[in-house]
Design a protein around this ligand. Structure first.
Ligand code: U2F
Length: 470
């Protein structure tokens, strides 16, 4: 019978920049393990695929490379969104071409479902053409998703031209007119792409806000109880049929991020052993951004001034921007008992669940926030782009699990010292730690049997593996 012999072929289209592809692969691996008779074809650029942790060759997840859109001999300007813009211009053709290849390499096994990064609104059309579900994953918070989905409402309400003209845009406008969104969020906390812009990236996100209605279900790496009002709204609204928070991914799968082939190349866990509980600062600004030199200097000086032990993950390309003599003074390279350790890659998930780590200085990337919640470590956020300002405000003003920075920047050494001392040494810091530990318990409950994320995952599994409608 038809049901019994259904062998799904699920194609999964990843966004190859930032930490997007890793979480989508993590979700794919979980679905594939639960559906051994299904075929999963996973699409990203060759560079992105090479950095990901695919299961062994004999399993039912196969990587396929898609064109990255970079013209031959292209010279990059260094702007973080440049490779993103080039990639977007290569879509959807780069994906549809590779989908064909996967179908023919699998004895013409028809596509039965399209999963993708939520950015790829155009796959709603591809899915409709072949009459299969489109199931997007939004790799960030439910709150930032909601802000994007209400782009038109927000643009109409703020009337940016007037606001810019009167210089009033930055002040006092709260986002509480957006359904479900916490009332502490202000205009300056929302992603710049929601406000506008005529590049390919904001245009793609705006399109997403319209095409999301065609999704069969929308998934996120969050959990119901973390963002209760937005979750409730997205579950009951008619923006799209089904909303399925299925995170935190890192509590279910210990290697969900990009570059997880590198584990602990600089022996950070060894260095951490035996340190006082909640005494160490961990620092990372994610995979896309590096703070400008004056901010690196402010943070470095603040760390030296308060003498807190620290592990700082900073890509090799940015190390030369650290202040003169800093590495020598802290004794980073040689000594097990040095004040600090500066490394090009750290086992972040493990560090954040280690009892010695007491604060995470972060850009507020969503994966980092989820990993900090899962580990119970309070944050100090210095957001740069996209959803990071939203996440930073959730951390400091909605969940109360972190300190914000005076001036919002790291260049002010005293401001950084104050934030570090608030988290590491004050009563308020203890309260933050208690609050984030209770969120951690909620996160664990969500992913345990019969928890909300576990139940949402079962629903997702049914949608992704269901036989095609006749
Ligand atoms: C984009 O975010 P990023 O890639 O800049 O940052 P995160 O979402 O925080 O993800 C960083 C991941 O890299 C891992 C870390 C996270 O899983 O554990 N990592 C590590 O293991 N070791 C290191 O030394 C350094 C990092 C974007 F910029 C954000 O705005 C979005 O919120 C995000 C998700 O869509 O993608």
């Amino acid at each position: 019978d038809h049901h019994h012999h259904h062998h799904p072929h699920v194609v999964v289209a990843a966004f190859p920049h930032g930490t997007h592809a890793g979480p989508l692969l993590s979700l794919t691996r979980r679905l594939a393990a639960a559906a051994p008779n299904a075929t999963f074809s996973f699409f990203s650029t060759s560079k992105s695929n090479a950095s990901l942790n695919f299961p062994a060759a004999a399993t039912n997840v196969t990587p396929y490379d898609v064109d990255d859109g970079v013209p031959p001999n292209h010279v990059f300007s260094g702007h973080p969104l440049e490779p993103v813009e080039l990639f977007i211009k290569a879509t959807p053709h780069n994906f549809t071409k590779a989908f064909q290849e996967a179908v023919s390499r699998n004895n013409n096994k028809k596509i039965s479902c399209i999963m993708s990064d939520a950015f790829f609104w155009f796959l709603a059309e591809v899915a409709a053409d072949i009459n299969v579900p489109w199931v997007p994953l939004w790799t960030a918070a439910s709150t930032s998703l909601s802000l994007h989905l209400y782009t038109d409402l927000i643009r109409q309400t703020i009337a940016p031209d007037d606001a810019a003209a009167t210089g009033k845009m930055e002040e006092s406008l709260f986002m509480s007119f957006v359904p479900g969104v916490p009332s502490a969020l202000r205009l300056q906390d929302i992603p710049a792409e929601v406000i506008g812009g005529d590049h390919a990236f904001p245009a793609m996100l705006h399109k997403m806000s319209h095409f999301i209605a065609r999704a069969t279900a929308v998934t996120v790496n969050s959990f119901d109880d973390l963002e209760p009002s937005v979750t409730q709204h997205l579950k009951s609204s008619n923006l799209f049929p089904t909303f399925l928070p299925v995170g935190p991914f890192n509590l279910i799968d210990s290697s969900p991020s990009n570059n997880n082939l590198l584990h602990d190349p600089h022996a950070c866990l060894h260095w951490l052993a035996g340190r006082e509980p909640a005494s160490v600062a961990y620092i990372s600004f994610g995979t896309v951004m590096t703070p400008p030199p004056p901010e690196l200097a402010g943070l470095a000086e603040a760390l030296e001034a308060i003498g807190a032990p620290f592990i700082w993950s900073i890509p090799d390309r940015a190390k030369h921007n650290l202040p003169q003599g800093f590495l020598e003074r802290i004794g980073s390279t040689s000594d097990d008992r040095s004040q600090g350790k500066v490394v090009s890659w750290a086992p972040q998930v493990e560090l954040l669940s280690h009892e010695a780590v007491g604060v995470f200085v972060s850009h507020g990337g969503w994966n980092s926030v989820m990993e900090s919640v899962s580990g119970g470590v309070p944050l100090i956020c210095r957001p740069f782009l996209g959803d990071q300002r939203t996440n930073a405000r959730l951390v400091s003003h909605v969940w109360g699990i972190g300190a914000d920075l005076k001036d919002g920047r790291l260049s002010n050494k005293e401001g950084v010292m104050e934030a570090l001392e608030r988290v590491l040494k004050s009563e308020e810091g203890k309260l933050m730690r208690a609050k984030i530990k209770s969120l951690k318990e909620l996160a664990k409950k969500a992913v345990s049997p019969d928890g909300t994320s576990a139940n949402n995952f079962s629903q997702l599994f049914n949608i992704v593996t269901s036989p095609p409608s006749p």
